[in-house]
Ligand binder design. Structure first.
Ligand code: XMP
Length: 513
């Protein structure tokens, strides 16, 4: 498989480079600057990309690479800090600046080049840098400039090394994808494209091998796409030796446990559903502080999981491995690709690995969400799981403000089901990143029958987002809102008012907590 390695110097955009390259059909992996030339040679990438980063090449602790990497005859594209490092390492001069240029800029191409095939002589680009290159290394030519930067792009005369001062990986550089494409296919001459679903058989074979000595293997399933795909993959590899368990916290959406059980059954997996709702409600009694709720739910979840694992181990005669649905963005978000490899603590079964004695296997840790979806689809997992909106680990507890009681959960479950049903009916489910209802800790007056009553207030929340980091409120058409509101107040006794959340993130968050 033709691969590209991305050396991460700490830019907030490194993940976007990896995703952009993968979206172009090329397998890319993020590696730390400490990677040795020998390791690079062993992996035999067709190209190397040096990411941006916040440092100055002159800072004493600035990340560097082993200079022997330049002797490997592998094409290198340096972006921002990556470009400055190439210039610095190969004898150019980098000008120190205390000012940061940040924002849109116009790139003027001064020398036509393969890297810029398909671009006009002037293009909008996104800049974010402090230092800049004053003199190019010997044997380099300048390809482009901007009003403020004399050397906005450079190439070595042998065509092996490129540097660009702007960020092709962000949406604000409209032709950025074109530039990356030129680098991958015209400079690195990558030919073999990578489609995650073509690797499903390979993943299954590898799992067979890795799990050949294991007696039984456990996986905690949430009903989301990551854990479901991981479960089905492992099941294809080892069959009934995989034991998928589903913990019903009582804080799930209406009918969730049953729905997940039925889907797994169709896929040939027998899901063990553990109803632990009473334990979670006992933990949440009288608790109104949102962080305290999260802590208690997380701790109880680990306890229940551990107890179930021990019970199962006795029942089946030994469990050796725990499978987790960790995906690539979890890995790089929590470890920054710098080797620490922690698992995001709020992720559903997070915190478990340190506590249990199992070997951990993460079959999806090299895949982005879109890729996991492709793999899931090719395994026959139904679309309703593949395209399911994100749902927080602590469940409806983060959508019930104030105390979480079984009664209040019941109200919210039914309200939320109406919101989801109407969004589906309106054909909006795929267009909206998340859509749900929130139960507020206030009562408001309403008319019930002939009298006045103080009823629940619920909020409807719908947002568009790409990754959950930022979000815009979604304009649900008035007709749909009207239907949602009248159904809720007619069908759910005790709810007298429905409001619509029109805040984006930031300043608000997606969940209300
Ligand atoms: P906020 O509310 O911080 O949420 O804007 C961002 C995204 O994260 C989801 N979320 C969670 N996901 N466990 C999860 O797996 C959690 O504890 C959790 N809390 C929030 C939220 O639904 C949104 O998609």
């Amino acid at each position: 498989m033709d691969t590209v390695l991305i050396i991460d110097f700490g830019s907030q955009y490194t993940k976007l480079i990896a995703r952009a390259v993968r979206e172009l059909g090329v397998y890319a992996e993020i590696v730390p600057p400490e990677i040795s030339p020998e390791e690079i040679q062993r992996r035999a990438p067709k190209g190397v990309i040096l990411s941006g980063g916040p440092a100055s090449v002159y800072a004493p602790d600035a990340p560097r690479i082993d200079k022997r990497i330049y002797e490997l005859k592998i094409p290198i594209l340096g972006i921002c800090y990556g470009m400055q490092l190439i210039a610095h390492d190969l004898g150019g001069q980098v000008l120190r600046s205390d000012k940061r240029e940040y924002g849109p800029s116009t790139l003027q191409i001064v020398q036509t080049d393969t890297l810029f095939d398909g671009l006009n002589s002037c293009e909008e680009v996104w800049m974010s840098h402090g230092d800049e290159i004053k003199t190019l290394p010997k044997d380099f030519v300048c390809l482009a400039r901007t009003a403020n930067v004399a050397h906005a792009a450079m190439r070595s005369r042998d065509g092996l090394f490129y540097g660009i001062q702007f960020h092709p990986e962000v949406a604000h550089t409209p032709k950025g994808k074109e530039i990356l494409k030129n680098f991958l296919f015209k400079v690195c001459h990558i030919q073999r494209l990578w489609h995650p679903k073509d690797h499903v058989q390979e993943i299954i074979e590898k799992l067979k091998e890795e799990l050949s000595g294991a007696r039984h293997v456990l996986i905690g399933v949430s009903g989301g796409v990551d854990s479901s795909t991981a479960a089905v993959l492992v099941h294809r590899a080892i069959g009934e030796r995989l034991i998928p368990i589903f913990i019903d916290t009582g804080l799930l959406r209406l009918g969730e446990a049953e729905r997940t059980r039925a889907i797994f059954e169709k896929l040939g997996l027998r899901l063990r559903v553990v109803d632990a709702s009473a334990r979670f409600f006992a933990q949440l009694r009288g608790v109104t502080d949102p962080e305290e709720k999260r802590k208690r739910i997380g701790a109880e979840f680990i306890k229940v999981f551990e107890e179930e694992a021990q019970k199962l181990a006795r029942e089946v005669g030994g469990i050796d491995v725990l499978v987790q649905g960790t995906i690539y963005s979890d890995v790089i978000e929590s470890a920054g690709a710098r080797g620490a490899d922690r698992i995001k603590s709020h992720h559903n079964v997070g915190g478990l690995p340190e506590r249990v004695q199992f070997r951990i296997i993460e079959p999806l840790r090299n895949f982005f969400k879109d890729e996991v979806r492709q793999i899931g689809l090719s395994l026959g997992i139904p679309e309703e799981i593949i395209w399911e909106q994100p749902f927080p680990g602590p469940g409806l507890a983060v959508r019930i403000l104030g105390e979480v009681t079984p009664e209040r959960v019941k109200v919210l479950q039914r309200v939320d089901a109406i919101v989801r049903e109407e969004i589906h009916k309106a054909g909006l489910a795929r267009a909206i990143w998340q859509y749900f209802a929130v139960l507020l800790p206030v009562r408001s007056v309403g008319v019930l029958g002939d009298g006045r009553a103080y009823g629940h207030v619920v909020a409807v929340r719908a947002v568009e987002s790409r990754d959950g980091m930022t979000a815009d409120w979604f304009p649900i058409p008035y007709g749909v809102l009207e239907k949602i509101s009248s159904r809720i107040t007619n069908e759910i006794e005790g709810v007298t008012r429905v409001v619509y959340d029109i805040t984006s993130k930031p300043p608000a968050t997606i969940e209300w907590e």
